[in-house]
Design a protein around this ligand. Structure first.
Ligand SMILES: NC(=O)c1ccc[n+]([C@@H]2O[C@H](COP(=O)([O-])OP(=O)(O)OC[C@H]3O[C@@H](n4cnc5c(N)ncnc54)[C@H](OP(=O)(O)O)[C@@H]3O)[C@@H](O)[C@H]2O)c1
Length: 248
């Protein structure tokens, strides 16, 4: 049985990196996808490429009410929501003192609050239909302490906690919740100028984003609740007992 056939997915951060690979893998298995990101031109090209299987919503997910627009437009266009993939994310590199309050707020909104609000907006629909998958892209860095990425790590740690609690709240209601914990991935994540300007080190041995998308597809098919890519990221959980701080 193909779980993805004729399902409808919302994927945030759909234009690049991990999100783009998720769109590709889901559509190739027969899913319809609403892709969310700010880059209108890339979304328009993706609509052409995937024909009627893909609809782009060009929106900044940190803006208030974006979650309502995304859910309303998805229901208008495809009539249901089976998957929500909270993938959009990113950061500004630097010590806490180097970030403005505005930047701290933006990182928190992008990596946690927007995912929490979009989940809250999708839930009534999934509960009514007694089914669905909520897939949150977190990071393996939540198991260690990354300096120079404090707000990003804190927002992702909040998303990790939210994911674990959400699973307990909805697992007996037909809704599956998957937390995804990637290590370093070769994407434009590290292209923000702050990495270069403030001496951020390039990610060592990053994996390809397609590996993360493949692991997510396998997790859906096998009913897994947590995805660690590469596998050894799961060993970092030891560092939650014996804390390890790593310079980002
Ligand atoms: N790369 C890594 O090493 C790594 C490791 C662990 C976890 N992750 C997580 O994986 C997820 C995907 O990241 P990635 O590595 O694939 O990064 P990426 O290549 O930079 O892609 C980020 C995606 O998010 C979208 N986006 C960014 N800001 C947005 C906003 N304000 N509103 C709407 N969309 C926005 C971008 O599209 P637009 O620019 O068009 O808006 C893009 O599609 C993130 O949650 C990241 O934290 C990444």
């Amino acid at each position: 049985m193909n779980i993805f056939h004729n399902k409808v997915a919302i994927v945030t951060g759909a234009t690049k990196g991990i999100g783009r690979e998720i769109v590709d893998k889901f559509i190739s298995r027969g899913c319809y996808v609403v892709g969310v990101a700010r880059s209108k031109d890339i979304l328009a090209r993706m609509e052409e490429e995937y024909n009627r299987r893909f609809k782009g919503i060009a929106i900044d997910i940190t803006e208030s009410n974006s979650e309502k627009i995304i859910v309303e437009e998805t229901l208008q266009y495809f009539g249901k929501i089976d998957f929500l993939v909270n993938n959009a994310g990113g950061t500004i590199y630097g010590d806490i003192i180097e970030l403005s309050n505005r930047e701290i707020e933006y990182i928190s909104r992008l990596n946690f609050l927007s995912a929490a609000k979009l989940t809250r907006e999708v839930l009534p629909h999934m509960l009514e239909r007694k089914g669905g998958w909520i897939i949150n892209i977190i990071t393996g860095a939540v198991f260690v302490v990354l300096t120079r990425l404090a707000t990003y790590g804190a927002a992702k740690a909040a998303l990790h906690y939210f994911t674990e609690a959400l699973r307990k709240e909805v697992s007996n209601k037909g809704i599956r919740v998957i937390g995804v914990y990637p290590g370093a991935v070769r994407t434009s994540f590290f292209d923000h100028p702050s990495f270069r300007e403030r001496g951020g080190k390039p990610a060592t041995k990053p994996i390809e984003p397609s590996k993360v998308a493949e692991a997510i597809v396998r997790a859906v098919e096998r009913g897994k609740e947590r995805v660690y890519v590469p596998w050894w990221i799961s060993l970092l959980k030891i560092a939650t007992v014996f804390p390890v701080a790593i310079e980002g």
